[in-house]
Design a binder for this molecule. Structure first.
Ligand code: FE2
Length: 334
């Protein structure tokens, strides 16, 4: 009988899994085992560290509910979502608008609006207009394209963080005959990712600032075209270069202009951005999205507690004061 060693255990596992009928599943699992074992060997993982990892993953799972997906947040903060997204974006058939993260706050339950409608229930004096065109890669307008938008309210929180029944600051619009979309909303704020769970604990223990730059999410779809999951990042935000989930990217930075003569709604600040969609390939139809409505991933967890808490007061205070040391990551490279 063979004796397992730190080296041959990996091949033994892969050999035993070789009966996996689905070839892609077989490939993914073999690579996962190889990298997982390499990781344990590289860091000389101790039993205590191994159980700590198990405890952490358990807490991440327990934190998930129909209103919250802590695993997506973990993937986001480790840069895995961004990596999968960037790799997927490279496979598009033609040059088009870059993709960005779907994030943990997308939800299927989104109201439909007429062009020019205001999606914020309490816009106050923070109104802003979003306008532009949706075209194909050659610049021809796409009529009746579906433009789904979601963002924080003026207080920096997503509706779902206040309760699963709430819908605010999200909506579905259609482009007109010339591919134009027109949306009224509020200026989004940069925000802390949820810090009250295990992922927040991880981020804080690493002395990262835990913030995303202000942004507006878009999901744009038209028949025959690759679905575009993207976001616009507001120019001037201090966290464009060090987004805690690595979503912000140069070509998706948009400026809020005060008196843009081309804006169809006068007297309000506005953001102009044109989106181009690539044609859809056979592979695109199977690729899916990097992210999902938490309710679709975590149905019926049965938790009736508040799905999101506040960031710890010391994190909020440190962000305000920009305390060196505590928010080490904030000052990295400056
Ligand atoms: Fe977001």
């Amino acid at each position: 009988m063979r004796a397992y060693t730190p080296q041959n255990i990996t091949e033994a596992v892969i050999e035993q899994m070789a009966t996996t009928p689905d070839p892609r599943m077989k490939e993914i699992m073999a690579a996962a085992v190889r990298h997982l074992h390499d990781f344990a060997r590289e860091v000389n993982l101790t039993p205590a560290e191994w159980i700590k990892g198990i405890e952490f993953m358990t807490k991440v799972g327990q934190m998930c509910s129909p209103a919250r997906q802590e695993f997506i947040l973990l993937s986001d903060t480790l840069g895995l979502s961004a990596l999968v997204n960037i790799m997927h974006d490279k496979t598009k058939m033609e040059e088009a608008t870059s993709a960005s993260l779907l994030g943990p706050f997308f939800r299927e339950n989104t109201p439909t609006f007429q062009p020019g409608a205001q999606i914020a229930k309490a816009p106050g004096d923070k109104e802003v207009v979003l306008y532009g065109r949706v075209t194909n890669a050659q610049g021809a307008p796409l009529a009746n394209a579906m433009v789904t938008v979601w963002q924080t309210a003026a207080d920096g929180r997503y509706d779902i963080q206040n309760g699963i029944e709430e819908t605010d600051c999200r909506g579905i619009f259609r482009t007109d005959q010339n591919g134009n979309y027109l949306i009224r909303t509020v200026r989004p704020l940069g925000y802390f990712i949820p810090l009250d769970g295990p992922v927040g604990q991880m981020v804080m223990s690493q002395k990262r600032h835990g913030m995303r730059p202000a942004h507006i999410h878009f999901l744009i779809a038209a028949p025959g075209y690759r679905e575009l999951v993207t976001a616009l990042y507001l120019a001037g935000d201090e966290h464009l270069e060090d987004d805690v989930v690595f979503g912000a990217s140069g070509d998706l930075v948009a400026e809020v202009k005060d008196n843009d003569p081309a804006c169809p709604i006068k007297g309000l600040p506005s953001i102009h951005f044109d989106f181009a969609l690539a044609r859809e390939s056979e592979a695109d139809r199977r690729a899916g999205r990097v992210g999902a409505d938490p309710a679709a991933v975590t149905a019926g967890n049965g938790k009736d507690s508040e799905p999101y808490g506040q960031p710890p007061p010391e994190m909020a205070a440190a962000a305000k004061e920009k305390k060196p040391g505590f928010l080490g990551g904030l000052f990295r490279g400056r």
